[in-house]
Each structure stands twice: as C-alpha cells, then as structure tokens.
Design a protein around this ligand. Structure first.
Ligand code: ATP
Ligand code: MG
Length: 391
C-alpha cells in the first residue's frame, strides 16, 4: 500500500494535562533529532492522541530511525486522503488492497469522527463487500494475510496495512536523571540503554585503576556510549581515579572481603558525585545471583552505605537475554573486547556470597578512607560523548 503519512502512537503514557503536552513536545523534539538527516522531507503534526509525520519527499525520506526513538509504541505507514464520502473511501480501499500480497483480508475501521454517518461495523461491511466482489480475496477475521485498517477523522481518512513496533518507554529526558555505574562489560551498557528507553537522562561514572586497568577501557567506554548516543545525544562520562583506594582495600581486607569493600567504596563515591551533580538516583548493571557480590545478602551489605535509590534494570534478567539486547543495540562486539577491569585484576580468593556487615565495619575502621574518597572526587575527569555536530 502506498503511504504519505506516518501515524505515531505513544508508548506508555499515564500522564494527563500539562505533563501530556510536555511528553508530546519532548517526543516531537526527539523525533526531529533522530530524523536530522531528512530535515525538509517531512513535516510533523502534533495532536493530543498521536503525532503525524506528513511525508513531503518520499524518495528521500527514511522512517527506520523511528524504531529507536524512546516513547514511540508503534507507528503505521498510512495513506491519508481528504475523503468524506463512503463511496469514495470504498473505491480507495479497493484500489489500495489490490497492491497487497495475500489471499485473505479483514477490514478494521474506526470512526473517530462521530459525525460520520455510518458506524464502524457498517463501514467494515461496506468495504469488505466491495473487495469481495472485485477481487479473489477471502475474508478471514482471525488471522488475515492483510489487515486493512481505517481511521475516519474530521480531517479525512487514514488507511494502513503496515504497523511497526517501536521501542516503547518514555521520551528521552522525561523521567528524571540517574548516575549509572558503567564498566566495560556486557551488562552495564544494556542497563544504560534500558534506563534511557525509560526516559531517564543518564550520566555515567566509571572507576578506573591505572596502571592495573588498561587505558583501552576508556576508549571502549567511549565506543559503547557513542552507540547509545542514538537514545541520548549527549552523555557525560565521569572517570574516577580509583587506584589508591583499590590498593588500600587490598592491603587491609580480610580474606573474601576485598570485593565487598570495593563495591561499598564505589557506592559511596557514586553517592558523592551524584550529590555534586544534583542527581537523585544511582543505577548499575547488577543481576541477582550473577556473581558473589550480587547475591541478595551481598547487595544488602553493599547497599547499606547509601540511602540513594539504586536502580538495577537487569536485576532479574538472565544473561542470555542481556546478551540479546546487547547485540540488538550493537554494543556486544565492543563489550567482549578483552580488557582488565578493576575487579578482575586483583586476585580475589573466595569472595563472600554472604558478607557480614560487622566484618566490613571492622575492616573499614582500620583506615580512614575519607581523604582518599574526597581526593578521588576532586580529580574526576569528564568526557562528553555526543553525536551533535558542533560546527
Ligand atoms: P558488566 O556488568 O557491565 O558486564 P561486570 O559484570 O564485569 O560488568 P560486575 O563486576 O558484575 O561487572 O559489576 C556489577 C556492576 O557494577 C556493573 O554492571 C557496573 O554497573 C558496576 N561496575 C563494576 N565495575 C565498575 C567500574 N569499574 N566502574 C563503574 N561501574 C562498575
Ligand atoms: Mg555483571
């Protein structure tokens, strides 16, 4: 079927009134950003129920970027016509359905303009009968090859057979901010994507421990984040010098505790940076049961150093599902590049799956970490990863 218009349906949207207006405006802005290369080939029409894209130059326009815009539930490639008489609509439906492949069909009309003189059922029957008379197509109401949808609106009719699923969620930047703990692995970029898809503006924090960790890690993180620029066009990455803290932890820890203490320090530093940036939530790629530091008991002991909400988008995900998303967002090949992160470099015998709070306190009381934590925050390095062209 031919199309000259795209009907964009919103993903989850529970808000009404002004919030709804803001949602739609933000979504429209993000659509424009994703369609940047196609600027004068379309125009956007904002309505309270949908956004429409009127296509001006079809040969130059490409709708595929819409598949990655957070906040779009689905979109349909529609033929819009200024028709207001049932006979004219029937003729168009017949003409358009002849262009489709398939043996069976169903008509699904919605009368949104209540002044239209026929109810949806009558429209369905009238259109179906003209198609049955003039083609070899048969009706199948349960599993049709061609579903011909029709929306009758005050400004004309929208006809379509093809609807494409969006990624859903909320428009980028519409649901607040979070500080994401980004390592170079598979999980944390996927968690970052899920946050962005939910409308959260993500700022990243990375703990680097040179010379134990390889400088290639930073390039890897930049490469990962540049893939995620599709969902958020400017991402701030804060790199925290973690070496001294890391060394001290290994010096004073008792057996099985370095990872627990290290993660408590990461949470403390995340909280300190979040406070500086006025960010009200911390997020990470933890997945329950994945490793010793991600048991419920470990999370309890590690999490107790902060009162911040900790968002764990992957808490209940299986690794295979995480890998599938990682591939879908084109991060997987980057994530599996070999590197040493600050957890793997220090040999760590029998990490505790059930660490004791008391033992953590005893270890941490052997040394005052506050000056080292402050120093790390003072020496943070910022990298901005963006796909916005600055010239
Ligand atoms: P990933 O989870 O990204 O695949 P990983 O599994 O090696 O990496 P874990 O040791 O499981 O990482 O750590 C769990 C989470 O803690 C990570 O998903 C990430 O959010 C955070 N994290 C770990 N190491 C770092 C680091 N060096 N800098 C920032 N965050 C980190
Ligand atoms: Mg992990």
């Amino acid at each position: 079927m031919d199309y000259n218009t795209i009907i964009i349906r919103f993903g989850e949207m529970s808000t009404k009134g002004k919030n709804r207006k803001d949602f739609i405006n933000l979504l429209a802005r993000n659509i424009k950003k994703n369609l940047l290369g196609y600027n004068d080939t379309y125009s956007l029409i904002l309505r309270h129920d949908h956004i429409y894209i009127e296509i001006l130059k079809k040969d130059e326009f490409d709708y595929s970027p819409l598949k990655e815009v957070a906040g779009i539930g689905s979109f349909s490639l529609a033929y819009k016509a200024d028709l207001f008489e049932l006979d004219d609509i029937k003729n168009l439906a017949l003409e358009e359905i002849k262009k489709e492949n398939g043996k069976t069909f169903k008509v699904h009309a919605r009368r949104i303009d209540k002044s239209f003189p026929y109810i949806s059922d009558e429209i369905n029957r009238e259109i179906a009968s003209v198609i049955l008379k003039n083609t070899d197509l048969k009706v199948d109401v349960h599993n049709p090859d061609i579903l011909l949808s029709l929306e009758i609106k005050p400004d004309g009719i929208y006809m379509f057979t093809e609807t494409i699923k969006g990624i859903g969620g909320y428009p980028s930047g519409s649901t607040g901010r979070a500080l994401m703990m980004l390592s170079g692995g598979i999980d944390s970029p996927v968690a970052t994507y899920l946050l962005m898809k939910r409308g959260i503006e993500v700022t990243c924090i990375h703990f680097a421990a040179p010379p134990y960790t390889n400088a290639g890690v930073i390039i890897k993180l930049e490469d990962l984040l540049s893939k995620l620029n599709i969902y958020q066009d400017k991402i701030n990455l804060f790199i925290i010098p973690f070496t001294k803290i890391q060394e001290k932890i290994y010096e004073i820890s008792t057996e099985g505790y370095p990872i627990t203490i290290m993660r408590r320090m990461m949470y403390r530093l995340s909280e300190m940076l979040a406070n500086k940036l006025h960010i009200k939530a911390i997020a990470n790629g933890e997945s329950i049961g994945q490793v010793a530091s991600q048991t419920i008991e470990s999370m309890y002991v590690i999490n107790s150093v902060t009162n911040f909400p900790i968002i764990r988008p992957l808490a209940t995900y299986d690794k295979l599902d995480i890998i599938n998303i990682s591939k879908k967002i084109d991060c997987y090949d980057i994530s599996i590049r070999p590197y040493e992160d600050c957890c793997t470099i220090f040999t760590n015998k029998n990490p505790k799956t059930k660490p004791k709070m008391k033992e953590c306190e005893i270890i941490e009381n052997k040394f005052d970490f506050t000056p080292l934590l402050n120093e790390a925050i003072e020496n943070v390095e910022l990298k901005v990863i963006t796909n916005i062209n600055n010239n």
